[in-house]
Design a protein around this ligand. Structure first.
Ligand code: IMP
Ligand code: MG
Length: 181
């Protein structure tokens, strides 16, 4: 799988060092409160598991599955939440997602949760692409800013593959352009 990458952006130690920093920040910001984490699956799986183990606060975890990509390298704009949103009334919510690209996914999840009248909502993403977004999203915690390139690994997939790579890298362009299968 390493051969399918153009280059590695963040290796395992670099990811873990950054998680230490974000976890410390979140732990400090929420020290008097009980956090409800909303993980947007599947992409955030590794990120959520590694980040939450670094936050020594009482917290609840809910997972949402979102469909928007349809196997292509760009977002359709139509975001479908596969489950009913959890009851988050009066709670302090932290949305965790793998990457901010067009912004459609996080904006849709946030909008849906807002209807349940939580006390607060913040957003934490591992990666944020430097680009003009279709939807404006303010992330409160960002692991790394990256260029507008297609990345895989550490939970991020291309057609459901590469999620198990322990590092994050840029997928070779010719693989992105190949037809399905
Ligand atoms: P957005 O709705 O366009 O912001 O993108 C949301 C979802 O698209 C992310 O949660 C990822 O699952 C997927 N995505 C966006 N960019 C990439 C990428 O570079 N690699 C892998 N998945 C991506
Ligand atoms: Mg995906």
């Amino acid at each position: 799988m390493r051969g399918d990458l153009e280059r590695v952006l963040f290796d395992e130690p670099a990811i873990h060092r950054r998680l230490d920093e974000i976890a410390a920040q979140i732990s400090n910001d929420y020290r008097e409160r009980e956090l409800t984490v909303i993980a947007v699956l599947h992409g955030s799986l590794m990120f959520v598991a590694d980040l939450l183990r670094r936050i020594p606060l009482p917290l609840k975890l809910e997972c949402l599955t979102v469909a928007s990509y349809h196997g292509k390298a760009q977002t359709s704009g139509e975001v479908v939440l596969r489950e009913l949103a959890p009851d988050v009334a009066g709670r302090d919510i932290l949305i965790l997602d793998d990457i901010l690209d067009s912004g459609h996914t996080v904006a849709a999840v946030r909008e849906r949760l807002e209807t349940a009248k939580p006390h607060s909502i913040r957003v934490c993403v591992l990666l944020s692409k430097k680009k003009q977004r279709a939807r404006q999203v303010d992330a409160n915690y960002v692991g790394f800013e990256i260029e507008d390139e297609f990345v895989v690994g550490y939970g991020l997939d291309f057609r459901e593959r590469y999620r198990n790579l322990p590092y994050i890298g840029v997928l070779r362009k010719e693989l992105l352009e190949q037809s399905d299968k």
